[in-house]
Design a binder for this molecule. Structure first.
Ligand SMILES: C[C@@](CO)(OP(=O)(O)O)[C@H](O)COP(=O)(O)OP(=O)(O)OC[C@H]1O[C@@H](n2ccc(N)nc2=O)[C@H](O)[C@@H]1O
Ligand SMILES: Nc1ncnc2c1ncn2[C@@H]1O[C@H](COP(=O)(O)OP(=O)(O)O)[C@@H](O)[C@H]1O
Length: 299
């Protein structure tokens, strides 16, 4: 293996169910959600630099190319925690829409942590990497593992569950970016209808696709849908065109639809394209990584 350069896949996530249990003293919200990875991914390429510096570049997408980038923050965190004197050149091929509720930035950060663990020879376990990830953002720990999991706390406590049955996922994003902080701030936690997370876990573990579609729920819709009516319009459109189940992912604005049949996903894809510019038909990944090296391609 040429250990000077590695390339890591950084997949997006969707939330099959998202509940908020209350506001915490640290300003964050206590959540309970079911997350799963989908096959829409950025690619993060890391090049070992002998000089003690971090450089960052990205193709496509609208991402900051400085210390605000979550991949940059991941590299800096490892440098500071372990006193690393080597450097890294980070290159992100951006495919996941930004500020979309799909955790693109968190997944880039997770991929950077995993890749640098190899490139800088840190010898961390995947659980240690996930704990470090939580310092960067609430969704980073999940992104370190991928797969399907129940996330609690502020999102950083991960309990793996079986993957749902394979299906198609249609992602549609209106041309707006949503601030996660604003959505949480505007949520009225006293007055929300909670989704049944346990029923969703049962549906997934029972491999019951119809029940999964029935149990989809996200309390953050109560904030984002009234703020951005186009999100509700996309939801209605997907329902009308024949998705088996439809939900907004995370804080939005991306809406996802679930489908078992390829012919139908293609039909709905074409129906939405006239209405919404960013539409992606992808597969549910569902399975997590057995170990680090599964996601890392040697160059
Ligand atoms: C809503 C979710 C659902 O998966 O995803 P996205 O829509 O961002 O993809 C997550 O909870 C988002 O996680 P993430 O985007 O990593 O959030 P962070 O960077 O940690 O926090 C951004 C801001 O959101 C608020 N926040 C986040 C998580 C949480 N449990 N409670 C909060 O109140 C805080 O105000 C925080 O300052
Ligand atoms: N590598 C990155 N990719 C995408 N966004 C990033 C990245 N680094 C920092 N950001 C910033 O993080 C914020 C959230 O982006 P993202 O992770 O794509 O969305 P979300 O939290 O909705 O899933 C955006 O404001 C973006 O500018």
């Amino acid at each position: 293996m040429n250990d000077k350069k590695i390339s890591i896949k950084a997949p997006a996530k969707i939330n099959l169910s998202l509940d908020v249990l209350g506001k915490r003293e640290d300003g964050y919200h206590e959540v309970k959600m079911i997350m799963t990875t989908v096959d829409l991914a950025d690619r993060v390429e890391l090049t070992l630099l002998e000089e003690n510096k971090i450089t960052i570049e990205s193709t496509g997408g609208f991402v900051p190319l400085d210390q605000r980038n979550l991949a940059y923050q991941a590299a800096m965190l490892l440098k500071e925690t372990f006193g690393v004197k080597k450097g890294v050149g980070i290159h992100i091929s951006k495919n996941i829409p930004v500020a979309a509720g799909l955790a693109g930035g968190s997944s880039d950060a997770a991929a950077t942590l995993k890749g640098l663990n190899e490139l800088w020879d840190l010898g961390l376990t995947i659980d240690e990497v996930a704990v470090l990830g939580a310092k960067i953002g609430s969704d980073v720990s999940f992104c370190v593992y991928g797969g399907t999991a129940i996330a609690t706390g502020r999102g950083e406590h991960i309990q793996h569950i079986k993957p749902p049955p394979p299906c198609w996922v249609l992602l549609a994003k209106p041309p707006i970016g949503v601030s996660t902080a604003e959505v949480y701030r505007k949520l009225n936690v006293q007055n929300i209808e909670h989704p049944d997370i346990d029923a969703m876990v049962q549906a997934i573990e029972g491999y019951d696709y119809e029940a999964i579609c029935r149990e989809l729920g996200n309390v953050l819709e109560t904030v984002t849908l009234p703020l951005y009516p186009e999100v509700k319009q996309i939801k209605d459109q997907m329902h009308r065109l024949g998705a088996d189940g439809v939900l907004m992912s995370g804080s939005g604005p991306t809406v996802f639809g679930l489908f078992q049949h390829e012919s139908r996903v293609n039909r709905v894809y074409n129906g939405l394209r006239g209405f919404c510019t960013e539409v992606y038909a992808v597969r549910l990944l569902g399975e997590g990584q057995e170990d680090f090296k599964d996601s890392i391609r040697e160059k």
